[in-house]
Design a protein around this ligand. Sequence first.
Ligand code: ADP
Ligand code: MG
Length: 353
Amino acid sequence: MVDQNQILGLLKTVMDPELDMDVVTAGMIRSLRVDGSSVYVTLALTSDKCPMGEKIKDDVDETLKSMEGVKSVNIELSVMTEEERNALLEQLKANRSKEAQPAPPEKLPKREIKQIIAILSGKGGVGKSSVTSMLAVELSRRGFKVGVLDADITGPSIPKMFGVIEAPFVLEGKIIPAASKGGIKIMSMNLLLGGEEDAPVIWRGPLISSAIRQFFTDVDWAELDYLLVDLPPGTSDAQLTVLQLIPVDGIVVVSSPQELASVIVGKAVTMSKRLTVPILGVIENMSYAKCPHCGEQINIFGESRGRLLADGINTKYLGSLPLDPALSKACDQGKIEDYTSDAFKAVASKLLD
Ligand SMILES: Nc1ncnc2c1ncn2[C@@H]1O[C@H](COP(=O)(O)OP(=O)(O)O)[C@@H](O)[C@H]1O
Ligand SMILES: [Mg+2]
């Protein structure tokens, strides 16, 4: 007795050349009956004018006859019903959208780096680079080996915050990153532009992503406990490319109270889903100011929304940071390593938890 499933398996090798789909998947095998060594098939074509009808019928006939135990093949030709045709259309649509999604590029190997954390924000100017720098400093103070990859190619600001200007040099084919006073390794477009922070980098996407790839692969980061990646602002393709390429372990979202929480929430969720990279937490920067006279907390931009945002994306709220003139001064003077903040220490502890 010939097995039905075996027959269906074999029929999957018969293609409708027009649809570029096999006859089983296309739903053309409306019925299949085995009686001893005889096989009865009803083949439903897409239309009665199907130009490939005869060819498909011959292919099915030939394929079935090649099977062991099959002596006669009886094929009845029919035409798909409206319903069958709709089901086929759905199949074709599903296939097409699968093809349209390009496979993500291979992630680069992680090498000797234990944890890679990317810092993301919905827009520029919310303090993403300041937070990246402060986190690097705090981790380094706690005894970890830290590197910062400034992936904000068109607006690199990390070296300036650390007061680092010397250009990286090449040794035995590897780029040796610059180092801050405290020994934090830094790679940034800014260093290659000779510290000209305002020199415009007018590059297109592919060039930017190849620069970032080089910053990761060709730089001798050596052994690191943490590599922090300062992403370009926003949550569009530029950030996706970085996150698809570099084997990031987690994302920290920096927001500010002026931002529309709902917008970043949506984007961050989509992004983390597409990338299957967890969001480690949300930090709200410029949350409030302290009155220099009485110490009262003033919510300049209204109520803090950081916790709401974190809840919205099911992640930890790492805390809020005040607007602090000492921070902006330290950033401007390249002395971020001399800056300390209790609020930030608490945020870092929560993140490391
Ligand atoms: N909490 C803060 N208090 C005071 N100034 C801040 C604070 N956070 C950021 N800044 C300043 O705001 C400016 C923009 O910050 P930056 O970290 O470069 O933002 P982003 O990287 O998101 O564009 C910098 O000059 C920085 O010194
Ligand atoms: Mg920045």
